[in-house]
Structures are given as C-alpha cells and as structure tokens.
Write a protein that binds this ligand. Structure first.
Ligand code: SF4
Length: 267
C-alpha cells in the first residue's frame, strides 16, 4: 500500500498534484491529520484537492484536535504538548516547552489510519521484517534536514520531492505553471515555530488566523499543566499583539521551515 501524508501546504499539495499528473507513482490514499487549528485557507485548499485528486483523502484527528486540547490543558487537563515559550527557570532566558504536538496530532493519527487501511487489528503488532506501507512525505530539497524515518518498522518513508531536488520555490513554480490554484502555508495558526515573516503575513493578510493566535496566546498566559511560569506563542515573551515585527529582535524567532519539525507540519 502506498500512502501520501497530506498537510495541504505547498510541498505535500505539489506532491498530490504530481501523483495526479502521473509524475510520481499513484497512491492508494492520502491522509490529512487535522489539528483543528489550520488557517481557513488550508481547509479550503484541501476541499479543492479532494475534488480533483483521483485517490481518496482521509481526514483524521486525535480527540477533538490540538486547539481543544490546549483549552483543556490550561483548565487543568493533560499537558497539550505545544512548544510554547516560557522563561527558563535556570537562566531566565526564553525557552521552548517540550514539543509533543507533532507526534500526537500529526504522526500518530496517520499511523493509526494506515494500520486500519492495511488491515491491522487494534493492538495487533505489525509483522517483523515486512513492510506493509510506503508513506510519501512532502519535504522539499531545501528542508532536507527534516527527513526522518518512520516511527514504526512496517511503514517506510519516501521523499519524492527530495529525489527530484525540488525546493519549495520549485513546487510553487510547478503548480503555477500548470494553472492550478496556489496553496498557502500549512501550520497551526498559533504555532510557536512561526518566524517573523510568517507572523507578519498572518497579521497583515489573515485576520481570522491572527485573532485565533491572539486568543490562544492570551489563553496560555496562566500556564499549561505542569508549567510554573507564563507561556507565550512568541519567543520575546510578550503578548503577540505587542510584538513589533519590524524589530531586529524578532528575527531571532525560529522557523519551522529551517528547524527540523519531523517533516510533518507545514508541508
Ligand atoms: S504546526 Fe506547530 S503547533 Fe501545530 S502541530 Fe506542528 S509544531 Fe505543533
């Protein structure tokens, strides 16, 4: 079985359309792991992809999604696992919380769906030394450091864009040259991995996503389960609406597109 991990961002959407056009071998299905916190434009693009792709697209979600999980976490529930910023108790400098969200809300729901598609029963182990599924991951040549092997031994990852040396810019060119609508960047609206350019873009061009990021940023201020200090979505440890994105200071915000993020978010 061949599966496409579909994030409905630039790279995985390019891959989906290359498969449709016969430039990459056909898949049995695509799987979109929904955090419940993507910008509206990503869901709209996914709707469009579903209408043109010649293979089924399954949307999967852990519980009620990451956004709901964060709400429950600040109310005393289980730690949400998003890598928010806080003050390090060691030296008082900004530090990121441990990130579990990619694994819990992206990787594991996809593996669970692949298990179902290949016919593994609940609790049944995959066979030793046998590959049951190949999973295409839409990482581009400029993000080669994000390539990671599968968490389970019976799924093998392949990276067709890397094989073709295609960068993110090449993907946008490929889509534009064929007259398809251009996808936008996929990632949770409040993702602390946004770099300055991404925050600026959201603030200027996507009011709804910006409002959601501000809402989450305010919501987490009292801390998350197990944290002792205030939390922020931005490394300046300021409310996001107070950050001046023209500041040189802001240029220090890490980007998920340069930091490894297991290649499952933002593609
Ligand atoms: S986009 Fe960011 S917040 Fe969302 S799952 Fe990925 S790392 Fe976590």
């Amino acid at each position: 079985m061949r599966i496409l991990s579909l994030g409905a961002g630039v790279q995985s959407s390019t891959l989906a359309l290359m498969i449709k056009n016969g430039e990459v071998p056909m898949v049995d299905a695509a799987i979109f792991a929904d955090t419940g916190a993507e910008p509206r434009g990503v869901y709209a693009y996914l709707d469009w992809l579903e209408s043109v792709l010649p293979f089924p697209v399954y949307r999967v979600q852990k519980d009620d999604g990451l956004l709901e999980n964060i709400k429950q976490s600040v109310a005393g529930g289980r730690f949400a696992g998003a890598p928010f910023f806080t003050r390090s108790p060691k030296d008082g400098r900004p530090a990121m919380l441990h990130r579990q969200c990619t694994k819990e809300f992206k990787i594991e729901p996809i593996v669970k769906k692949v298990r179902e598609l290949v016919g593994l029963k609940k609790g049944q182990r995959g066979p030793r030394g046998k590959i049951l599924a190949t999973q295409y991951i839409g990482i581009s040549w400029d993000e080669v450091q994000r390539m990671k092997p599968s968490l389970v031994p019976w799924i093998v990852h392949e990276w067709p864009l890397i094989d073709r040396r295609m960068t993110r810019a090449d993907c946008l060119r490929w889509i534009g040259d064929r007259g398809y609508p251009l996808p936008s960047k996929s990632s949770c609206t409040f993702c602390p991995y946004h770099d300055a350019a991404a925050w600026r873009d959201i603030k200027l061009n996507d009011q709804e996503s910006w409002d959601q990021a501000v809402e989450v940023d305010r919501m987490i201020r009292t801390g998350d389960r197990g944290t002792v200090d205030k939390l922020y979505v931005h490394r300046s440890l300021k409310p996001i609406e107070e950050v001046d994105f023209r500041n040189a200071e802001d240029a220090g915000q890490m980007s998920m597109f340069t930091e490894e993020c297991e290649g499952m978010c933002g593609v």
